[in-house]
Design a protein. Sequence first.
Lengths: 255, 426
Amino acid sequence: MKNTIFAFKNIHVQVESKEVVRGVSLEIGPGEKHAIMGKNGSGKSSLANALAGHPAYEITKGEAYINGQNLLEMDATERARAGLFLAFQYPLAIPGVTVANFLRSAVRARNGGDESVLKTFRKDLMEMFAFLEIDKSFAARYINDGFSGGEKKRLEILQMAMLKPKMAILDETDSGLDIDALKIVSKGINQASPSDGGVLLITHYQRLLNYVKPDYVHVMMDGRIVQSGGPELALKLEDQGYDWLESKNARAVEV
Amino acid sequence: MITDTIDFRKTAKNEPEWLYKLRRDSWSAYHDSPLPDRVVHLWRYTPPEQFLINDPHDAMTAAIPMPKGNGHKIKTLTEVQAALGYNLSDMTTLTQLTPELSEQGVRFLDLATAIETGAGPVQEYLGKLISSDFGKFEAANMALWNIGFYLYIPDNVVIEKPIYLNRIPTGTNTMTRLLVVAGKNSQATLIDNYRDQAESAAGQFNSIIEIFADDHSRLRYVGLQDFSEKITGYITQRSRIGNQTDLLTVQSILGGTVSKVNTGTILDGRGGNSRIYGLLFGDNNQHFDLHTLHNHRSHEAYSNIDVKVVLKDKATSAYTGLIRIEEKTVNNEAYQENRNLLLNHGPKAESIPELEILSDEVRCTHGATMGPLDPDMIFYLKSRGIDYKQAVRMIVSGFFEPTLKNIPDDLHDAVNGIILDKLEKH
Ligand SMILES: Nc1ncnc2c1ncn2[C@@H]1O[C@H](COP(=O)(O)OP(=O)(O)OP(=O)(O)O)[C@@H](O)[C@H]1O
Ligand SMILES: [Mg+2]
């Protein structure tokens, strides 16, 4: 097995007693970026949520490791502290909790409760606001409360940048962004991606991949990875859609 | 006979004839009236028997004047206080006001003393919002009250810093009152703090608050009830606001074994603005019963009610809220929202909004939500490395925060601290 940051094997996920991920494996090495594409409902977010430890998404089978540690023995908090980060497709509002207070708690927690990391917190936060072109006033706003779709996505990347994960799963972070915002967010992703860490991009669009260049592209269909390749696979999907894969896969099932 | 005790008070405390008569009539009203009807919303969720006065003599006869001296030295005001008042367990009340305010004609003193010395207008206000017809236990208070505070603010006086009032139980039956008379264009913040002490006896605590806010005044009343579970609390408050008058009422109800609070504002002038915020956090076997009233009697007034309830363990709560818009009034706006967060499967909450809208030209909405902690919120926070306990703390503090941020900073932190302590328990 190659040197991996993040690896999972034969992952099965059940939600509401329905199996929505049916045996997915991936190995992500240091500095690698992988992309997962696939039709609506193919199980991409379920996979991401399950790996991050969402209790509604039960991993019924399979193994997963982050930096060699057994991911499935950890709860969501421990997974995050081990360096896993999930940027949500639909970031949730948490009324009454300000962005600044939340991030302060999160940064402290991510660093094992070490208060000394907070010395430069305010400065780091303000720099990151500037870098992602988010207005400073957002620090005092409640998490995602009344944020526009694009603002929520920026805030997810802001969190990624502040928490410095080893492994980031970004679930459709590009959806709902205008062209300028896409560039800014991509810039943020590139900067926050650690050279020795991994990134898994879930997306529907080639557009994002022009800015955040993946080393590998995988296609999910019906709870499985049915095709893997290089960046050219994304171009082909953009061009031809998923039909060719569907018929190919249907044949495979028949055989 | 309780009337002997009332007679005694008249003699020993020099109470005037009108008060003597008010007390006697109120005693009859209390004594002769039946228990409240459990059919009405106000009484559906809380048995009234527990508020009957066990020992009316005890409530009054400890009124033998105490020698002022040892242990009765008034605490000095701190930097942040405009005035401070409190009572001791022997029914002594102590009050202090900055000299500047007292020069401007502000009065803040013991209610009985104010009556005796004519320190400000009392007779035309006392019992005018909460009379002995208001209810059985309000009549009991009017007959028996023995601890009282009086705040009078003349026209145009602005009090920047908060006025603090600390009230503690004085025995098995505590009967306390507060009367606030605020003149035109005046401004003040009053923080009314209820708690008991380790040595306090178990008992009943009955408190009546009347606030008269004249035209263009701006008042904030913040009640903080943090009794131990030895105390059964009964608190009724009414405010009447005039033209273009702004009143914020906060009721933080955190303590007591049973706590029944009835709070309301009569919007009596054009363009009045009344917001009532309720913050309730119950644990163990605590029971809370909060009623709110907004009564629009004039035009173009705005009212908003925001009641937030968090319960854990086997705590129960009932919130009933009435918005009444009188006939022939125009352009009133009245809003009401009640949100309940149930932290585990034990607690139960009720929410009953009532509307009596007798005018067509009105904007009115109300809503209630009830539910457990949102597992997706917990997950969101956990996915950032925050542990479960802290995630719950953040969500609960956040639930109250939009309401809490309307009250002065030090109190904000105090209330939040009490809430977090209660969360930490077991
Ligand atoms: N919490 C849930 N409860 C019930 N069903 C769910 C839940 N989450 C996912 N599913 C179901 O699992 C399947 C996969 O959904 P998932 O969100 O993983 O798809 P996706 O690939 O991320 O789709 P999209 O591209 O639209 O985001 C769908 O049929 C969906 O309805
Ligand atoms: Mg999805």
